[in-house]
Design a binder for this molecule. Structure first.
Ligand code: CA
Ligand code: CA
Length: 342
């Protein structure tokens, strides 16, 4: 298809068609999504499964005001790939700040990776007691979403020592659960009216969004792009909700898409953090359309199968694909073995 010849003649009302919203909201099926915060709060401790161990050291550099973390290795990770192995790497935050993130190189085909990498978080000593160290262990996959294997959270940085000397730490890795989706989730409905050639996406709400600001919160808005063969045809956004990780929108976004074009387009949905100063940043993205993966594709198909009915689902937010690509192209995956350490 020749993209430039497509004329989708988009609707001009970007947000909040009152009638639309009410209809969409009225038809949310509770069985399609679970209120996790309610269901799983009580017995969380008992439910924690262990999937390996993480070995690292901690030390505070008083002179330069840096928390120095050396990730040494992980042991006994679970296999995430068909080959019976995994391609692990570790991501790290010093919560509540999530703008600064470090990650190790990827180690191919091993369940006992030797990382041996050192990272430094700039932080004043008197702030350390307010911060938590968060490690998440991932399995790299070249062609799909990277699976989260598990996580380690160090609530109290002084748990092991006063950090004036290098402290060695071994921690159990807690298996990833739906609670550990680390960028958050978005709920939206899709509804297609073939006779009118109109698609309505209603952004309902988000939950457990990643905090992007030093306050431990974000100022989220949702940007929706109508894509066709890699090109953005149209862009719409919701209002911004200040200082929240669980924003509620209930805002409808309408695209005019003739039935003959519905197979050629997809939607890229990005949850963004608004910043008064500097660039707004992407918290996470998800896609829906025939060429999307998994739930993104299923949701689109469901919309096409049930015309005129708003179909609602929660979607996990993923990292911007560009980041995974750039980190792949650094060559971190090309060597089959980690560099030998003397
Ligand atoms: Ca893998
Ligand atoms: Ca912000």
């Amino acid at each position: 298809m020749n993209v430039s010849s497509v004329d989708f003649s988009m609707g001009t009302e970007p947000v909040l068609q009152r009638g639309e919203t009410t209809t969409s909201i009225g038809r949310i099926k509770p069985e399609l999504y679970k209120q996790k915060s309610v269901d799983s709060e009580g017995n969380r401790e008992d439910d924690v499964k262990i999937c390996g161990k993480l070995h690292f050291t901690l030390q505070y550099d008083y002179e330069n005001e840096l928390l120095v973390i050396k990730i040494i290795k992980a042991l006994d990770l679970p296999a995430k790939d068909f080959t019976g192995t995994s391609d692990p790497y570790v991501k790290m935050y010093l919560l509540p700040d999530r703008k600064k993130k470090f990650q190790t190189r990827v180690h191919r085909k091993t369940l006992n990776p030797l990382f041996d990498e050192t990272f430094q978080f700039p932080v004043a000593y008197d702030q350390l007691s307010n911060r938590k160290l968060h490690f998440s262990v991932y399995d790299f996959d070249r062609f799909s979403r990277h699976d989260m294997i598990g996580e380690v959270i160090l609530d109290n940085l002084f748990e092991v020592s006063d950090l004036s000397r290098e402290a060695t730490v071994w921690k159990d890795i807690h298996c990833a659960t739906t609670e550990s989706i680390d960028l958050g989730e978005i709920m939206f409905s899709l509804c297609y009216l073939p006779t009118a050639g109109r698609m309505t996406l209603t952004v309902i709400k988000c939950r457990n969004l990643k905090a992007m600001d030093i306050t431990g919160s974000s100022d989220p808005y949702v940007k929706v792009s109508l894509m066709c063969e890699g090109r953005r045809l149209k862009k719409r956004k919701t209002t911004t909700k200040k200082n929240t990780l669980n924003p509620v929108y209930n805002e409808a976004i309408i695209f005019d898409i003739p039935p003959e074009n519905v197979d050629q387009v997809s939607l890229c949905i990005a949850v963004m953090d608004y910043d008064r100063v500097g660039h707004n940043e992407v918290i996470g993205v998800c896609r829906t359309g025939l060429d999307a993966e998994g739930l993104g594709r299923d949701h689109w198909n469901e919309m096409l199968a049930y015309h005129r009915k708003p179909i609602t689902h929660w979607h996990p937010l993923l990292e911007l694909p560009g980041r995974a690509t750039s980190f792949d192209s650094q060559g971190s995956c090309s060597s089959p073995k980690p560099p030998s350490t003397p």
